[in-house]
Design a protein. Structure first.
Length: 398
């Protein structure tokens, strides 16, 4: 049987990696995720985790080690944040293009310059086109559970996955977490069987230079072109949602906490006004929806649990009766608007849904976003007081 412990989000991520029996860990310390590798080092040194912990000089090197270890068949784990993730940028593409099931814990933090150690989602959103799956967590229980599920999802379809959670808001906040028994996790998550065999009698050439058209390899077998590989990566993302849902269902059957959804919904029955967001902000949004309901506003909350692959079909279904969407983005796509808002608009456009949409940029660099802030912003948007469209900046004190 499992046990309930009071742990931080960082500790929950490390425990998830330990329970997943990761075999190689490579990470470089950066606030606010440094506690994750520190905790894993203790597990390795004490013998609780039979793994190799590789000390590296940078985040770029950390992911390079993970790529190499995954290529030769190890289950691997890394963690980072903010500029550390940006430093990994080149290797993020390499990991996805090489179809390696690497799992990364990402404690979301604002990017410099100017310098900040506090939370927003600019770091992971800026890497949304690198080919990695991305899930976002509302609390520490979801961090632990998603790390375990990430291995099973990634290893089924050979895609890397980021498990994202709000820096400091969750990484350093302690709360009760139900920690599963190791035997239960072993029954849920089988040992990793790599899709490459690099130590056999026949040598192979991994990730060679590709041409614009298909060509035959040394054995005369026609191999895809570079564009063909890109198409296959996209096709795998298109079926990834089904795998995420199935693994979430299996997890619920095993542990009693189901994740058979791409969106987290709250009070959406008969709602016509929706607050949309991601991560821990969904908790404040749900309280704001409660307050709005008391004022006669039929408010509900839709939070994206999965951002890549983007849950367009699920959004169209959840928002089919929406009259007004208020999208709260902890990021900004400079020169446009919040990236989540843009993608939501694109998803609804294809189905002909045309609710009024208001976009607020919130919480950058750790700026506090209260329940009252979300309620008042929604009321302003509904009042048509210059708040339709956007982006509008909430809580900025110049």
């Amino acid at each position: 049987m499992g046990k309930v412990e009071i742990v931080s989000g960082n500790e929950a991520a490390a425990i998830g990696a330990k329970l997943g029996r990761t075999q190689v860990v490579a990470a470089y310390p950066i606030t606010p995720q440094s506690k994750i590798p520190e905790t894993l080092v203790k597990y390795v040194e004490s013998g609780e985790l039979k793994a190799e912990f590789i000390r590296v000089e940078s985040e770029h090197s950390a992911l390079t080690v993970c790529i190499s270890a995954s290529t030769v068949g190890a289950r691997v784990f890394t963690a980072t944040a903010a500029n550390g993730l940006a430093y990994m940028h080149e290797q993020l593409h390499w990991a996805a293009g090489a179809r390696l099931p690497i799992v990364m814990a990402l404690a979301n933090r604002g990017l410099g310059a100017p310098w900040t150690i506090f939370n927003d989602m600019q770091d992971s959103i800026a890497q949304r086109d690198t080919g990695w799956m991305q899930v976002y967590c509302r609390d520490n229980q979801e961090i632990l559970d998603n790390i375990i599920m990430a291995y099973k999802i990634a290893e089924q379809i050979n895609l890397p996955m980021m498990v994202c959670f709000d820096g400091f808001v969750l990484s350093h906040t302690v709360m009760p977490v139900d920690i599963p028994d190791q035997h239960q996790v072993d029954a849920f998550l089988p040992p990793y069987v790599p899709h490459l065999q690099v130590d056999g009698p026949e040598p192979i050439n991994i990730n060679p230079v590709m041409l614009a058209d298909p060509r035959a390899n040394a054995q005369g077998v026609m191999c895809p072109s570079y564009m063909g590989f890109r198409m296959r990566l996209q096709e795998t993302h298109e079926v990834a949602a089904d795998v995420i849902l199935e693994v979430g269902r299996e997890f619920g059957e095993m542990f009693g906490r189901g994740y058979e959804y791409l969106l987290w919904e709250y009070r959406t029955d008969e709602a016509d006004t929706f607050l949309l967001t991601m991560g821990s902000l969904a908790n404040e949004a749900s309280l704001a929806a409660d307050q709005l309901r008391k004022k006669g506003c039929k408010a509900g909350v839709v939070a994206l649990r999965v951002f890549r692959p983007f849950p367009a079909e699920a959004l169209r279904e959840a928002l089919s009766n929406a009259k007004h969407l208020v999208v709260f983005d902890k990021n900004i796509s400079y020169g446009n608007e919040g990236a989540t808002c843009t993608e939501i608009k694109a998803a609804l456009f294809e189905s002909g849904l045309r609710p009024a949409i208001t976009n607020y940029i919130v919480g950058l660099g750790g700026k506090n976003v209260s329940v009252d802030d979300l309620e008042e912003a929604t009321l302003r948007a509904l009042g048509q007081k210059g708040q339709v469209g956007g982006p509008h900046w909430l809580g900025v004190a110049v």
